[in-house]
Design a binder for this molecule. Sequence first.
Ligand SMILES: Cc1cc2nc3c(=O)[nH]c(=O)nc-3n(C[C@H](O)[C@H](O)[C@H](O)COP(=O)(O)O)c2cc1C
Length: 208
Amino acid sequence: MKMRDLDPASLEPADVYALLVGCVVPRPIAFVSSLSRDGIPNLAPFSFFNAGGANPPSLVFSPVTSGAGRDKDTLHNVRATGEYVVHISPWPLRERMNQASADYPPEVDEFVDAGFTKAPSVKVKPWRAAECPIAMECRLFQIVQHGDGPLRANYVIGEVVYFHIAEGLLNGLRVDSTAIDAIGRLGGPMYTRVTKESVFQLPRPTTG
Ligand SMILES: Cc1cc2nc3c(=O)[nH]c(=O)nc-3n(C[C@H](O)[C@H](O)[C@H](O)COP(=O)(O)O)c2cc1C
């Protein structure tokens, strides 16, 4: 395979960003609900997202600081309140989830504009989006900033303190992840969809 070698230190941050989001695929999407200090509801998707451990249940997502050096409303809200809800937003909600990624001013209630219904959370103040089949109420553990220029990472690490999971996805305490109809992010405007046909099994190997 003929390889091209690239040193990110010699590239513009926007090009490095494009390289990363093209390489690290597919990325799950955290659809995050938060509240401003003044109680204004906010919703936004973040595909720099994953789980990192289970004891306690731990999630991380990264609202990057913009090219203009501006922090996202979600980051301001989480810093101010220490609470948020991470949803998984499946294929039928893709347009509305995408609408919530528009650059709304902080005073806009994005539940209303993107068309989601507010349901109360149990252990945190931010609303849960009733249309989403999975919602995880989170308390902030730590924000880790990596870098200090435009497009730097701000890793928001949080603990899941309450799960809401659609009955139809559950078999006992196991989630049928093939039934979520989850979508994942690729580079640019491209996405992927987890369908029954796209799933395959790979049992873990044994050493003997
Ligand atoms: C599917 C999807 C994934 C996204 N992932 C990220 C991400 O990981 N980090 C980020 O900073 N912005 C991401 N964005 C852009 C944010 O959603 C967008 O900047 C949004 O306006 C932020 O909202 P806020 O300012 O209300 O927090 C993503 C957008 C979409 C549509």
